[in-house]
Design a protein around this ligand. Structure first.
Ligand code: NAP
Length: 243
């Protein structure tokens, strides 16, 4: 049975992704920075009839917490870096009204968090027959969309959140390149604007659709893409997004 670690999986998109992967027969390490919330989420899934799920405490901004989580996992096939924060995108997040410390805080979770988790778990992933990494990003990280006045994202600027996801995208490209001759698939996946606590449930998308695109790239076959950006908000016929 393939094993998956999802960070920030106690609720919202991460939780739904866990549920969909359980339906496909994967074992889930359900990551939560607050173990009580993780256990509650696991109890909910067990009540739905899913047994192959275990809560694991992991705070992506705390390297000791990541190291402790690493000790609890002995096998891993799929890593989904889902935990993320906005830094307050719902208020105008301009270069003028946001201070450097807030930008650092957002980068700590959205950029350095995934990097530290990848560094801690890459040795285990390398032992898998078909290792997969999904870095959960955002359309707001697309520089192409942000510089196109005709893009739906053109007027949705965020001085901390968008750049943190752009940086995560850039790291994804580097990592995918380094692992291109191994059996890895490393991709950045934007679940699309989704109704969750993240945006006070203002998004039009459902967690079901958000989970679906993450699961698609978490379970992609050997002939699947590596080092690409996919989004539920992509304009074209496919879900590939411009960086
Ligand atoms: P959410 O409802 O706010 O849930 C975020 C999850 O991340 C929660 O489980 C939260 O834990 C966890 N988290 C935050 N900081 C953490 C840390 N330091 N360590 C571990 N876990 C942490 O957000 P969501 O909408 O599900 O978003 C999930 C991902 O999708 C994020 O990366 C977000 O940027 C991305 N995304 C979301 C949208 C959208 O419209 N919702 C669009 C594009 C991309 P607590 O419960 O303890 O707070």
């Amino acid at each position: 049975m393939k094993k998956v670690l999802i960070t920030g999986a106690n609720k919202s998109i991460g939780f739904e992704t866990a549920r969909q992967l359980l339906q496909k027969g994967y074992f889930i390490y359900l990551g939560a920075r607050d173990l009580d919330k993780g256990e509650e989420a696991v109890a909910k899934l067990k009540a739905e009839g899913f047994d192959n799920v275990e809560a694991i405490k992991i705070d992506v901004i705390d390297t000791a917490s990541i190291a402790a989580a690493r000790k609890q996992v002995t096998e891993l096939d799929v890593l989904i870096n889902n935990a993320g924060i906005s830094g307050g995108v719902s208020v105008p997040q301009t270069t003028g009204n946001i201070d450097t410390s807030t930008i650092r805080t957002v980068f700590d979770t959205n950029f350095f968090g995934p990097i530290n988790v990848i560094k801690a778990f890459i040795d285990l992933l390398k032992k898998s027959d078909e290792p997969r990494i999904v870095n959960v990003t955002s359309g707001l990280g697309s520089l192409t969309m942000h510089s196109d006045p005709n893009s739906k994202f053109y007027h949705i600027k965020s001085a901390a959140y968008g750049p943190s996801k752009t940086a995560l995208n850039a790291y994804t490209v580097v990592l995918a390149y380094e692992l291109k001759d191994a059996n890895f698939k490393v991709n950045a996946v934007d679940p699309g604007y989704t109704a969750t606590d993240f945006n006070h449930h203002s998004g039009p998308g459902s967690v079901e659709d958000a989970g679906k695109i993450i699961v698609k790239y978490a379970t992609i076959g050997a002939d699947g893409p590596n080092g690409k950006f996919f989004s539920n908000d992509a304009d074209g016929e496919t879900d590939e997004m411009a960086w």
